[in-house]
Write a protein that binds this ligand. Structure first.
Ligand SMILES: NC(=O)c1ccc[n+]([C@@H]2O[C@H](COP(=O)([O-])OP(=O)(O)OC[C@H]3O[C@@H](n4cnc5c(N)ncnc54)[C@H](OP(=O)(O)O)[C@@H]3O)[C@@H](O)[C@H]2O)c1
Length: 294
């Protein structure tokens, strides 16, 4: 199987590069800026024509949630139009697309984990642009899997774990939001899930039930404050400083974009359709901290 990934340095794309380096049964290709730019559909078609993939994976996106509020045109151009261009270029070649999306399509007011059939109600530009991207992908390519994920972290890139490690080295105590909950999700686990889905599809051909939205998230719920405490404790166990982490509320930490209070995505469909369950937070966070601190 030949699998082409849009992007190379993002958290999920780089995790897929790591999988590629230890995988023999899949030939991976990666296309990133400046050669492949989601703002230039011709560059996408050209990259696919050159690589001749059996499957396309698109984790590339405009992910600056706060900046999106003042750059809506750019966010929609990349997250909606760029997503459509990838799905359409894959459809033109007769191949499926796996597209990454987000918990920000929900308003976060539900009191239980979100399922794929729950009503969407994005609260900001980023969420709206990603939701329209999901819809554009579905329109452009009937063989599409939209994987919605949340609270992504990795040993590289820009993420909450790396920010907490940096701040805990600089400060004597931290103040972290304690009234937003979600499932922290390790990018290498997302990459593993994508490859498992790709192998399943390759082994059994496409089934109509694969198409549509599927949530892929870690299994353990945390608030940002609870997650921060776990990160600081894990760092301390590896020789760092154990500093207090104080809970604050969202109103104490205003941001340009509204965050969902509840970002929990139920992975029941992931298990039912693809037989997949992501590893526990404890082991994934330990792997991340080992890689960052040893
Ligand atoms: N991070 C999270 O917490 C989170 C949560 C839920 C869902 N998601 C979704 O999961 C997916 C993967 O997220 P991630 O954390 O891996 O993202 P990331 O680390 O922010 O990386 C995004 C990548 O997209 C690329 N990109 C942006 N604009 C592009 C363009 N015009 N053409 C080509 N590439 C472009 C960037 O390329 P450059 O390297 O050239 O800048 C970057 O490598 C995204 O779809 C995101 O919306 C993320």
């Amino acid at each position: 199987m030949r699998l082409f990934v849009i992007g190379a340095e993002g958290q999920v794309a780089r995790s897929l590069r790591e999988v590629a380096s230890r995988t023999n049964d899949i030939v991976f290709g990666f296309g990133a800026r400046p050669d492949l730019d989601l703002l230039r559909p011709a560059s996408i078609a050209q990259a696919l024509a050159g690589f001749r993939p059996d499957l396309v994976v698109n984790p590339a996106a405009y992910t600056a949630v706060d900046k999106a509020e003042s750059e809506p045109d750019q966010a929609f151009a990349i997250n909606r139009d760029g997503a459509r261009a990838v799905a359409s270029a894959a459809a033109d070649r007769g191949v499926p697309v796996i597209h990454l999306s987000t918990d920000y399509v929900f308003d976060g007011k539900k009191k239980a984990p979100y399922s794929e059939t729950d009503p969407v109600e994005p609260q900001g530009v980023y969420g709206r642009s990603k939701l329209e991207g999901e819809r554009a992908v579905a329109e452009a390519n009937p063989r599409h899997i939209v994987l919605r994920t949340s609270w992504v972290y990795a040993p590289f890139g820009s993420n909450f774990v790396r920010t907490m490690l940096r701040l805990s080295a600089e400060r004597d105590r931290l103040r972290v939001v304690d009234d937003q909950s979600g499932y922290p999700t390790y990018a290498p686990d997302i990459a593993g899930a994508i490859v498992t889905i790709a192998r399943l599809w390759a082994a059994s051909d496409w089934h109509a039930k694969y198409s549509g939205v599927t949530h892929v998230a870690g299994p353990d719920v945390r608030t940002w404050c609870g997650f921060a405490r776990e990160i600081v404790a894990g760092a301390a166990a590896r020789g760092g400083r154990l500093i207090p982490v104080d809970p604050i509320s969202t109103s104490d930490y205003p941001t340009p974009a509204t965050r969902p209070a509840n970002s929990c995505l139920s992975s029941e469909r992931l298990e039912a359709i693809f037989g997949l369950r992501l590893p526990p937070l404890k082991s994934s966070l330990a792997d991340c901290l080992d890689r960052l601190l040893h």
